[in-house]
Design a protein around this ligand. Structure first.
Ligand code: F6R
Length: 235
């Protein structure tokens, strides 16, 4: 697992965006695994900016998002809405090529990814408790797409996007640890002190208690973070 520490948010986002765009240039029918949340927002902005500048064609790209809430009464808080408004509406990806896990498609999501050729590049954020997607601590190593109960901590963290904590959905459909590990390349973004403990644990022993520790066993995983998020790592 590689660690890249870049404090400047613009430079960090541009570096990651360039990795995504060079993949799409090289492989126009690339399969992207995408995440929501605050971590990838700047990267998506850079993807939009550079794709426009360099005329990058996303019309044959397919995407599979990591997760989606269940029983969410507010569409503007859905991950589909997030992706439309932060990325998809501003590049020429075809909406029918963008996928989200759902209750109805629970059993077939991993199969669909496989049929598309597998994820070439998976973008991830990380929760303060080490979750990736909605794989909370102690999600089994071999889990595929499944229904996840959100922990109190995650509900609390996500409440910043909702009017009240009571509005935060308590369940989501998420790709599992195994589904994430299957990606050919993984890039995880983590910034701020709030993520320092999770990053320290990610570099520790691979175990079920820290979902992100699966990156340790992955042949091509890179963590992009700032000094704060890396502050508990030994030199
Ligand atoms: C979102 C997702 C989550 C977030 C994580 C970090 O699709 O999969 O695992 O990546 O909760 O969220 P932020 O980036 O908001 O700190």
């Amino acid at each position: 697992m590689k660690l890249v520490i870049i404090n400047d948010q613009e430079v960090r986002a541009e570096t990651i965006a360039k990795e995504i765009l060079s993949l799409v240039k090289e492989k126009p029918n690339a399969v992207l695994g995408l995440a929501t949340g605050s971590s990838p927002i700047k990267t998506y902005q850079k993807v939009i900016e550079l794709a426009k500048k360099d005329n990058i064609d996303f019309s044959n790209v397919t995407s599979f998002n990591l997760d989606e809430y269940i029983n969410n009464p507010d569409f503007t808080q859905s991950y589909r809405y997030f992706m439309d408004t932060h990325l998809f509406n501003f590049i020429n990806i075809k909406k029918e090529n963008t996928h989200f896990p759902s209750l109805e498609g629970l059993k077939t999501y991993d199969e669909e990814i496989k049929k598309a050729g597998g994820v070439d590049l998976q973008l991830l954020g990380i929760g303060a408790d080490g979750h990736i997607g909605f794989n909370e601590p102690n999600t089994p190593f071999d889990s595929l797409t499944h229904i996840a109960d959100l922990t109190e901590k995650t509900i609390q963290d996500n409440s910043r996007f909702f009017a009240s904590i009571k509005d935060v959905p308590t369940q989501a459909v998420t790709r599992g640890r195994q589904s994430i590990r299957n990606a050919k390349k993984i890039i995880l973004i983590a910034t701020g002190k709030n993520k320092a403990l999770a990053i320290e644990k990610t570099f520790g022993k691979v175990n079920e208690a820290t979902p992100a520790s699966l990156l340790n066993r992955h042949p091509d995983a890179t963590i992009y973070c700032d000094e704060e998020a890396a502050s508990l790592l030994k030199k």
